[in-house]
Design a protein around this ligand. Structure first.
Ligand SMILES: O=C(CO)[C@H](O)[C@H](O)COP(=O)(O)O
Length: 220
């Protein structure tokens, strides 16, 4: 039985009612809180920073999956560890010494993740895959929620899964961007382990039910 992990993206939450939305996730079938940190440099958007993350982790009762869409992520590893991040994911495209960055994340007691943009070939991860706990595969261009899913993601997942199996790596495949009820099962069949969903969850009439439906749809 495949137990797919569901990670609602807080980026799409109602920030005027953030505690309400955090409690919704706490009480739902979701597995992770997906936290999108954007600096306005690596991506053309600024989301939120440490004060908001501190407020989230004060109330969140599930895995805190932090996705850094920032330049110079090495500068902030200790900060996010202190704020309670469970997973810390950096962008391949933002790291000069990626292997060292992964080691630094683990040294702070966090799971180490690598995110790749739609244009980045998964083969570039082969030499660090055994050191990687999560690969966050962007299925939209990073920076905004509510974008359309990029279709070649399926083949990238299959290619990445082959690399993970070849190296007997502990790596989870997380898909981030444009996930919905139309592509979720196909993504899991291609090899995805974790599905990030922002707008599909938070813009629905009943986010709790939407999460439950996604979980049921992808656990088979
Ligand atoms: O990383 C992100 C944007 O850069 C978001 O997590 C991603 O887009 C999820 O939002 P949605 O499900 O609405 O696409």
């Amino acid at each position: 039985m495949k137990n797919t992990l569901i990670a609602p993206s807080v980026l799409s939450a109602d920030f005027a009612n953030l505690q309400r939305d955090i409690e919704m996730i706490n009480n739902s079938d979701a597995d992770w809180f997906h936290i999108d940190i954007m600096d306005g440099v690596f991506v053309p958007n600024i989301s939120f920073g440490m004060p908001v993350l501190e407020a989230i982790t004060r109330h969140a009762k599930k895995t805190i999956d932090v996705h850094l869409m920032i330049v110079n992520p090495d500068q902030y590893i200790k900060t996010f560890a202190a704020l309670g991040a469970t997973n810390l994911t950096v962008h391949y495209e933002a790291c000069t010494h990626l292997h060292r960055t992964l080691q630094a994340i683990k040294a702070e007691g966090m799971k180490a993740g690598i995110a790749i943009n739609p244009h980045t070939n998964v083969a570039l991860l082969e030499d660090v895959i055994k050191d990687t706990d999560v690969v966050c595969m962007m299925s939209v261009n990073p920076g905004f929620g509510g974008q359309s899913f990029i279709e070649n993601t399926y083949s990238k997942i299959k290619q990445l899964k082959e690399i993970i199996v070849k190296h007997n790596a502990p790596t989870l495949i997380e898909v981030d961007g444009g996930v919905n009820d139309k592509n979720a099962k196909l993504l899991v069949e291609a090899g995805a382990d974790v599905l990030v969903a922002g707008n599909f969850v938070f813009k629905s009439d009943n986010p709790t039910q939407t999460i439950a439906d996604l979980k049921k749809l992808t656990s088979f």
